[in-house]
Structure formats: structure tokens, C-alpha cells
Design a binder for this molecule. Sequence first.
Ligand code: 4AD
Ligand code: MG
Length: 443
Amino acid sequence: MLIRIENIADYVGREVTLQGWVYARTGKGKLHFVQLRDGTGTVQCVAFQKEAPEAVFETARQLTQESAVAVTGTVRADERAPGVPGGYEVGVADIQLLQAVEEYPITPKEHGVEFLLDRRHLWIRSSRQWAILRVRATIMRAIRAWLHENGFVEISTPIITPAAAEGTSTLFEIDYFGQRAFLAQTGQLYNEANIAAFGKVYCFGPTFRAEKSKTRRHLTEFWMVEPEIAHCDLSQLLEIEEQFVSHIVQTCLRERAAELALLQRDLSHLENIAPPFARITYDEAIERLQALQAQCDDPEQKALLEIEWGSDFGAPHETALTEMFTGPVFVTHYPAAVKAFYMTLVEDRPEVCYSADLLAPEGYGEIIGGSERIHEHATLLERIRAHDLPRENYGWYLDLRKYGSVPHSGFGLGVERTVAWICGIEHIRETSPYPRMLNRSTP
Ligand code: 4AD
Ligand code: MG
């Protein structure tokens, strides 16, 4: 019977056929071990000279890495057997060689990351990359499931757009039949139109930012999910965010335990993720950081922690802040000057806005940015002018403030940063199947 490795536990004692690829082969003399992967998992297949027909044993002996095969044999439970799910092996009775591979370029030895990124189309087969991308797929599914369960309608927003939304310095400009257009930095402005038609909406897709510096948290193409809600203020927004994020984490713990184990993720950092998350204002964050900086003995760290009211946080600040709490932390009420033009200003203190970033623990930094949106026409127009944005590109967006405008809020969660946090991996490049960064747009 043809089965998938993920279901192998149901077939102990029975003869099965597995279609897969040779991940590794070891052994000598009378015994060969083939680690076979089929996309759903990995299992050890054992070819024993005494049991397998001579030709089959010879095929097993000669199998090379990444050769495509169909293996037939009997499933045995053996708790020492490696693999995912692990604990099972297959006693080989037959091997059909579908393609023999000569010299697969990625060998079990250590390769440099540029070498691997150049071969990303092959690297995704490696167990660690496989595990990360399986977790990513689960995160994307959990995102849609939670939003669906909670009454959000997915409305796609355009990639080719006429206007900047998240600052003009990271725009990718394209020539649209002789007119200037930009790749979307966000779908938010369209979400704000969509809420008047559907109430609670979200968009979910790739977004683009011409990030000109190399960091471990920035890609030039990344996926973002952006929910937007009519009649919602900042405190209601934060309640939605903490439930949403907790659901994503708990789904991964439940459904991707084997992958997280393969990644050697310390689950104690994830198991306690549940509402409510800590909340501090930007003012409070600055006070705490300045106090920490004043006490700091290490001159290098002291310099990194330097910060004045009004500046945006760098990675060292975000890390230091989250170390003061367990779990994710909301930082609210940022200075308006470091945030986007559409955020509502606080009435009696217009230098700050109704915004919130969610910082992930363990140094993973900002995973969500969100805010209340300006809903009065005159105020919005004034902010567009203050940001030196060309009014003619925002005509339709301003229009929304004329026809049934209501207070509303929304947020954007970056998928890759969320994957990096949940998987516990250092660099965001491994969280994207085909990462796009400064100096890399292939394969
Ligand atoms: O904070 P940002 O810029 O917010 C927005 O774009 C809003 N329009 C969202 C909204 O309110 N609808 O980006 C949101 C998130 C960040 O918190 C981060 O997780 C991710 O998107 N992000 C990036 N991820 C990878 N590479 C980059 N260059 C990113 N820039 C932002
Ligand atoms: Mg942000």
C-alpha cells in the first residue's frame, strides 16, 4: 500500500510503499540505512543482506543523496529509530530507482550561507529548512483560521499602487506604461475602504520595501497580514492582537511539535504565550531604558542603549525592553514623528499618536505595528500636507472620510518575523522560501 511517512504509525507490521528521496545513506557490509524523506516526514529504511533480494540490496548499497526512489518494505516500531515522526523503520523488500542522482551539491558538510542561498531551490529540502517552512505554512493557516472564526473577511488589496503609505524612503518604483507606480508597502489604505463595505476585513499577501541596509530582520519582499476593524479603538485593538498572536503560537505548539523539536526550539518560551500581554507606553519605555543605560557598566552596551525621547527604538532597545517582561510586550503612544501619517494624534498631546507595536520576546523585536486611523477629513488632509505627500495621490483615501467615516483601527503582522520568533532562528532569511534582500533577488 502506498502511504505517506507522516502516517507511518498506523502501519506497524504491514508492508507499505513510500515514494521519496534519499536524504542520506550509511552502513556497510551486510547492512545499509537509508534515510528516506517524502515531504511529510523522514524515516529510516534498513536494507539487510539476508532479507532483501540480492539486486535490491545492491541498489540500496549504491543509492546516492537525493535519488528519487519508491521503497517497499515492512514497518517496524523501534523507539531508537531516527526521523520525523521518528520511532519507526522500514525493512526493505524492494527499491524502485526512479532517478539516480550524481553529485548533489549540498552535502552533509557545512556550507556557507551564500552558497546555500544561491541553491535555495535545493536547500529547502534540508531538514531544518523543511521544518521552518512547515511551521510557516501552519502559521499562515492559523492566521486565516482565527480571522475567519472571528468574522473577518479576506479582501485582497493591490500590489501595484499609486501612493506611499509607510514613508517614501522604502518605495520600489515601477514604470507603469509611462506612469509612476509603486509596489505596495501595505494594503492598509485599501482595507480602510473595505471596512465600510464589509465591517471587519483583512488582506494577506506580499509587501515590498526597498530596505537599503542589511539586518537580520529585514527583507525587501515579505508577507504581512493586515486586519482592519470599523468602530475599534486602540485598547480594543490590543485585545484582538493578543488573542490572535496567542492562537498562532498555540496552533504551532499543537500541530508542529516534531518540527519545533527538530529545530531544537526551547518550548518553555512559547508555552506561556496567552492573553493578556504586558502594555507600556513609549514614555515609560524611554524612562526604563534610560534608567537601565545609566546603570550599565559595559561601555559598548551603554552606547547601544543611548536614547532620547522622540527617537525610534533600535534592535538593542527592543531587546532590552522585552527582557524586562515575560512574553510579548505592547509599546503604545509613540511620538507621531516616527510613525506614519495616518495615525490618530492624542487630543491633548498631539506629539504622540494612538499607535502600538508588539515586541516579541527573546530579542525578536517588533512583529506587529498598528494604530487608530485619523477619520476626520480636515485632520487627515493636514497630516498629508505635514508629511509632504502629494495630495492628488490620496484623493480616494480622503474620500473615505466624507462618506460614513467612523473611528477605526488596524494592524499588520509580519509573517517572517513571526516565523523567526516561533522557530527560534537567528536570521529572517531562512523564514522565506525564496528570500529577497539587498543584493539578492535570485533564485
Ligand atoms: O509597522 P509596519 O510598517 O506597519 C504597516 O505597514 C501598517 N500599514 C500595518 C497596519 O497597520 N495595517 O509593518 C508591520 C509589520 C512589522 O511589525 C514587521 O513585522 C513587518 O511588518 N515588517 C517587515 N518584515 C520583514 N522585513 C521588513 N522589511 C519589514 N518591514 C515591516
Ligand atoms: Mg512598524
